[in-house]
Design a binder for this molecule. Structure first.
Ligand SMILES: N[C@@H](CCC(=O)N[C@@H](CS)C(=O)NCC(=O)O)C(=O)O
Length: 246
């Protein structure tokens, strides 16, 4: 195994892509230290390290990798077991297609739903702000009128909501007869979908006051309860994995 002394994960703690990488690290029982990046100024260091400004990035000795998919591919080479990209080539193709859909089309829908919920719920807005942000700045953001944020993100709520529900129902169907989206074990597909689901209902492992919060009409939708239960179970098993290691 070629994981150096302590692998660093540079992240925004509420980013689904960063959660996806944390889940992969937990699944593989790789110890890491999480470095919280301040949006804006903190991204200068991310850029210096990786040549681009987005998180997550990981730093393993002198290797720096950006992008959650690339990071997981890299982790597979450094610690192949348990494998998150199935060995069977057909299963691998299915898992990577689902992962790509989760990171793009599905991510856009979950992000929009969360932004929309936060735009009318100041508590949720406040909970999403980075930990290290000065109180004065937090207060300024809290006082931005909701309508202003709504205007900025140009929502077409009805269409996106319908599309989101349709996608969630399809995922629930895939999981109705198996705990895994592809094959007989957890893969990158499960992790990518579960990470995006967390924007709709934050897992209990999230910090207070975000734990359990989410998008009204979705996080409390009875039709979707099994889906969120699946996500919670996955989250719990990975958290237990991480605790055992310590
Ligand atoms: N394709 C990337 C997406 C990463 C991404 O969108 N990161 C967001 C946080 S969720 C980010 O860094 N946004 C800040 C920015 O774009 O300046 C991945 O899979 O890691």
């Amino acid at each position: 195994m070629a994981i150096k002394a302590m692998l660093e994960l540079h992240q925004f703690r509420h980013s689904a892509f960063c959660l996806k990488v944390r889940m992969a690290l937990q699944a593989k029982s790789i110890e890491y230290s999480a470095i919280e990046v301040t949006p804006g100024i903190g991204q200068v260091e991310v850029f210096r390290l990786s040549g681009q400004k987005q998180v997550p990035i990981i730093v393993n000795g002198n290797r720096v990798i950006a992008d959650s998919t690339e990071i997981i591919r890299y982790l597979e080479t450094q610690k192949p077991e348990p494998s998150l990209i199935p060995k069977d080539p057909i299963h691998a193709a299915q898992a990577l297609i689902i992962e790509d859909w989760a990171d793009t089309t599905f991510a856009k829908l979950t992000q929009t739903a969360l932004l929309q919920a936060a735009s009318i719920n100041h508590d949720l807005q406040k909970a999403l702000l980075p930990n290290g942000m000065p109180d004065l700045l937090k207060q300024a953001i809290e006082s931005i009128p909701s309508g202003f944020i709504n205007g900025l993100i140009e929502l077409s709520p009805k269409k996106e909501y319908t599309e989101l529900i349709k996608s969630l129902e399809l995922i629930a169907k895939l999981l109705a007869s198996s705990p895994w989206l592809v094959g007989k074990q957890m893969s990158i597909a499960d992790i990518a979908i579960a990470a995006q689901l967390s924007l709709l209902k934050f897992p209990l492992s999230s910090d207070y006051p975000l734990a359990g919060q989410g998008v009204p009409g979705i996080n409390d939708n009875p039709i979707l309860m099994d889906l969120f239960r699946w996500r919670d179970k996955l989250d719990e098993s990975l958290t237990a994995n991480q605790n055992m290691k310590k």
